[in-house]
Ligand binder design. Structure first.
Ligand SMILES: [Zn+2]
Length: 412
């Protein structure tokens, strides 16, 4: 039986969202949390974007060091030879790539001003695949942008051409959130049956169905005989109305009526990390978690009305589908209401030693603390808000990596 895997695209689709972004350290923290959860892959950034280079290389080094053990790191670029060449010039060690190109007539004619045909799209894709292989790419996924507005015959042709050139997966992008669960099920099944390779489901929420479509697409793919890789973001952060929310899709796959009896995860995922990663992403993006967010919203386990409260007090299962501790909730939270020392870009040694001391990190002398404080200051320049404990601990544990990922050299 084919299986379900998760690919998180917060560090690519999430950060390209209007008005939102993450510092390179925040992106790294997300990779660490995703790794700890057991997520298959992080689409960790843009290898052709120069300010990403140091961050991408530092994270590949974390993988070589065994700090990112389980998580595959995949870069996202356009499916052109030019992008492939630049990606390997800037990030020579990159091993996994998503190559994206539009496939719908709307986008082929609308984006390229009538200068490209379907055959040009196929040629650009296979040339990019060949170039990536020549540079040593170990896995390649071809992304059909706007796949849901592309006729299925052309998608099959696109995927088959890719497969002939050694592509590992095909990403079905519902770029505009146009699908519904019924249509995406059928399309995913037809594609899985006809292209003979694993599919990725990439769904957006423009019609409020990103999670439902992810589930239906996954089912269609598996019914068609292939493994499926669901694309999600933390808290559903993404272009316009957002992407499929990771925690909500995980809950849907594992908890919805009868689904897990037949459709199962390919590797176990630690759901108890949900609360931690959702809270971190909310803080890092500066976007509050909606109170009614599945699993991690403030009201997800709150009850006020008499009948519900009475029912939950007698047995939580009367009104709760799953238990809060399955998501890592339930720990009391300490909020400082008196004097507080925070990290900042102009911070000094006394404050830094105090903050670290609270986490039981003690320095032998000021000389030991100074270079770490300097890194923390630089991290604050990027984040423009106090660092969280995990970020501070990461910097003290891996100062050389922190130095690399905080390095920005414009116009060099
Ligand atoms: Zn997207």
């Amino acid at each position: 039986m084919s299986k379900i895997y998760f690919i998180d695209v917060t560090n690519r689709d999430g950060v390209q969202t209007a008005r939102l972004g993450l510092s390179k350290l925040e992106k790294t923290m997300l990779n660490l949390y995703l790794n700890e959860m057991g997520i298959f892959q992080s689409e960790f950034g843009f290898p052709t974007t120069r300010h990403e280079s140091a961050y991408l290389q530092a994270n590949l080094e974390l993988a070589r060091m065994g700090v990112l053990r389980h998580l595959r790191l995949c870069g996202w670029i356009r499916a052109t030879v030019k992008d492939v060449e630049l990606a390997f010039e800037l990030v020579p060690d990159i091993k996994h790539l998503s190559l994206s190109i539009p496939t719908s007539d709307q986008m082929i004619y609308g984006k390229f001003a009538g200068l490209k045909s379907r055959d040009d799209i196929l040629a650009s894709m296979v040339d990019a695949v060949d170039a990536a292989r020549a540079h040593g790419a170990e896995s390649i996924c071809v992304n059909a942008e706007d796949a849901s507005r592309t006729d299925v015959d052309f998608l099959v042709r696109f995927a088959a051409e890719g497969k002939r050139h050694g592509v590992d997966r095909f990403r079905y992008c519902d770029t505009l959130g146009y699908e519904n669960p019924f249509t995406i099920y059928e399309t995913a099944k037809v594609l899985a049956e006809n292209v003979g390779m694993p599919l990725e489901m990439h769904c957006h929420g423009d019609l409020g169905m990103a999670e439902a479509n992810s589930l239906a697409g996954a089912r269609g793919t598996i019914d068609g005989g292939q493994d499926v890789y669901i694309n999600t973001t933390v808290n559903g952060i993404g272009e316009r109305a957002g992407n499929a929310d990771m925690v909500a899709v995980l809950l849907a796959v594992t908890k919805s009526k009868g689904f897990a009896d037949k459709y199962q995860l390919g590797r176990s995922i630690d759901l108890t990390m949900s609360w931690r990663i959702a809270r971190f992403a909310s803080y890092a993006f500066g976007v509050p978690i909606p109170v009614n967010q599945p699993g991690v919203g403030a009201n997800a386990f709150a009850h006020a009305s008499g009948i519900h409260a009475d029912g939950v007090l007698k047995d939580p299962q009367n009104y709760e589908l799953y238990h809060y501790d399955e998501l890592g909730r339930g720990e009391p939270e300490l909020v400082e209401t008196g004097s507080e020392i925070c990290s900042g870009e102009y911070g000094g040694i006394a404050g830094f030693k105090h903050i670290m001391g609270k986490m039981e990190v003690i320095f032998a002398d000021a000389e030991e603390a100074k270079p770490l404080l300097e890194l923390v200051r630089y991290a604050n320049v990027e984040a423009q808000k106090p660092l969280v404990e995990d970020e501070l601990l990461f910097i003290t544990r891996y100062p050389q990596i922190a130095k690399k990922l905080l390095t920005l050299k414009p116009l060099e």
